[in-house]
Write a protein that binds this ligand. Structure first.
Ligand code: GAR
Length: 225
């Protein structure tokens, strides 16, 4: 048998996306992973709201969707248990939160330890929670941005993977800031997912690492121009 060199085809990495809203980040992933060189494959999109526009974006892209109404469950534990059961029918290697506006139970977070990512519209650890653009303006900050991080039991906490920094201009409003932050989210989230899918991004007891090197407390920093 001749010694034939096999093409370098990385194993695909099935991803389940959880969202509650418009799905701008989901669309950025769909567009980015169309490139066949990416091993990331969106296996399913799940929402706690049946009317989330993100589900329509997924259907338009031929991706399986499910809605799981949290109001039909008695408490967070019961909902999260049902959510785990649903997610695991797709056997994903990675679960990503893309505007999934639910506080997750410790049991859920532990179940997906090291394979659960979130994106948040601030330079974490600053401005956890809601209304981040308004709060940045009220504080008179010179910079703002967004963060991708591994999820731990702390709300909007967990080891940082990548942050994009933008400068705050005098004329900025919450709406203009949101627009520029979203544009950065749509770059850094597909990037982080691709790193994970390629086996370059991992979480250990020492924190997040990229290409085997510790990422440090702020993660990989991108200065938006
Ligand atoms: C994004 O800005 C994301 O950072 C934020 O929800 C938005 C979802 O937008 N997530 C959080 O605030 C999580 N704490 P999208 O539906 O257009 O992707």
């Amino acid at each position: 048998m001749p010694d034939v060199a096999m093409p370098d085809t990385p194993q695909s990495c099935d991803v389940v996306v959880l969202l509650s809203g418009t799905g701008g980040n989901l669309q950025a992933m769909i567009d980015s992973f169309q490139d066949s060189s990416s091993p990331a494959r969106i296996r399913a999109v799940i929402s706690n709201r049946a009317d989330a526009y993100g589900l329509e974006r997924a259907r338009n892209a031929g991706i399986e969707t499910r809605a799981l109404d949290h109001t039909a469950y008695e408490g967070r534990e019961a909902f999260d248990a049902a959510l785990i059961e649903l997610i695991d029918t797709f056997a994903p290697k990675l679960v990503v939160l893309a505007g999934f506006m639910r506080i997750l139970t410790p049991g859920f977070v532990r179940h997906y330890h090291g394979r659960l990512l979130n994106i948040h519209p601030s330079l974490l650890p600053a401005y956890k929670g809601l209304h981040t653009h308004q709060r940045v303006l009220e504080a008179g900050d010179a910079t703002h941005g967004c963060s991708v991080h591994f999820v731990t039991e702390e709300l909007d906490g967990g080891p940082l993977v990548v942050q994009a920094v933008i400068s705050v201009e005098l004329h900025d409003t919450p709406a203009t800031l949101a627009q520029r932050v979203h544009a950065q989210e749509h770059l850094i989230y597909p990037l982080a997912i691709r790193w994970f899918a390629e086996g370059r991004l991992a979480l250990s007891e020492h924190g997040a690492s990229l290409n085997g090197q510790p990422l440090g407390p702020g993660g990989h920093l991108i200065q938006a121009t």
